[in-house]
Design a binder for this molecule. Structure first.
Ligand SMILES: [Zn+2]
Length: 85
């Protein structure tokens, strides 16, 4: 069980968006009221603004699978790719 807190981005609000990520099911996402996949839809504890906790991906180079060691690749701009071709 792990409780996470994030700072609310509403103007002049110093509240936090707090949720427990223990119940997140990576094999069975919920669907938000806007139709995209999400884990949870917590609200700010001060102003009540609603947020969404959504799945996200990264690109990794696996160094040592058994030790869970990996390096996340830096993202690049697509114009950089075009210049290299
Ligand atoms: Zn807030």
């Amino acid at each position: 069980m792990s409780v996470e807190a994030h700072r609310c981005n509403a103007k002049d609000c110093n509240g936090h968006v707090v949720f427990d990520n223990a119940d997140f099911d990576f094999n069975n996402f919920d669907t938000s009221d806007k139709g995209f996949y999400m884990f949870d839809d917590p609200c700010c504890n001060k102003c009540g603004k609603k947020y969404y906790v959504v799945p996200h991906y990264i690109v990794i180079d696996v160094k040592d699978y058994d030790c869970g060691e990996f390096e996340e690749l830096e993202s690049a701009c697509i114009t950089e790719v075009d210049r290299n071709l």
